[in-house]
Design a protein. Sequence first.
Length: 276
Amino acid sequence: MILFPNAKINIGLYITSKRPDGYHNLETLFYPVEWSDVLEIVPAKGTETTLTVTGNTVECPPEKNLVIKAYRALNEAIPLPPVDIYLHKTIPDGAGLGGGSADAAFTLKGLNDLFGLELTDDRLAEIAAGIGADCPFFIYNRPMLARGIGNEFTPCEVDLTGKTIAIVKPGESVSTREAYSGVVPAAPEYDLHPALLENITMWKEKISNDFERSIFPAHPSIGSVKEKLYELGAEYASMSGSGAAVYGIFSNGSADRLSEILPKIFPDCATFTGEM
């Protein structure tokens, strides 16, 4: 069984308050995009479950990979036969694109289909929540408003079908610790949901990512990507999550032009262009 775990972007990201447990409450929109890894799950040749990772370097041993954590989480709920899992990484790590969470969620969905478990999406999402806060999003894989610590999801009717997205991941990354150390929780100036329903030409004035305020001054090369995407004609551009990937949303018919020029403009960056 072969699956293609896809990335997400954050449209708007507000850190609204500090929680007693040390985490932060936030508000954001998760929107799926087509930048994808490749995941294959097959019955094991041996007696143990294995994971083989190719493509982008992943800085963790297989036993700590979220894919293996997903297998173990489902195996605790319903005992499973061993499998061999092959993961080809294309989505960059340390990007704010949710690649690891997507891999975990798609592992759950793949195992559910492979073994005919007939678990509902809601049940899979419950299991996914124990792996990571944003993992349940990738079970549903449709635009969702996220609140709480990013684990409370509400479907959102934002539709960018036909738009072109360009994503640029600079060579440097931003740790979660660094990102949160620079934010001061506060209520956003504009309520996110109504702002999202306005024309995209209004988003630049009303929708922002709180992490940019501290990350861009500390990492000018990341901020410069956003500026360049606007120069190229983006209708809206933003950093995704806590970085370091930056995306631009462009009008219909921009994909061919952008896929040709982005690697030239950002030769030392990972880039992706696709239709939304």
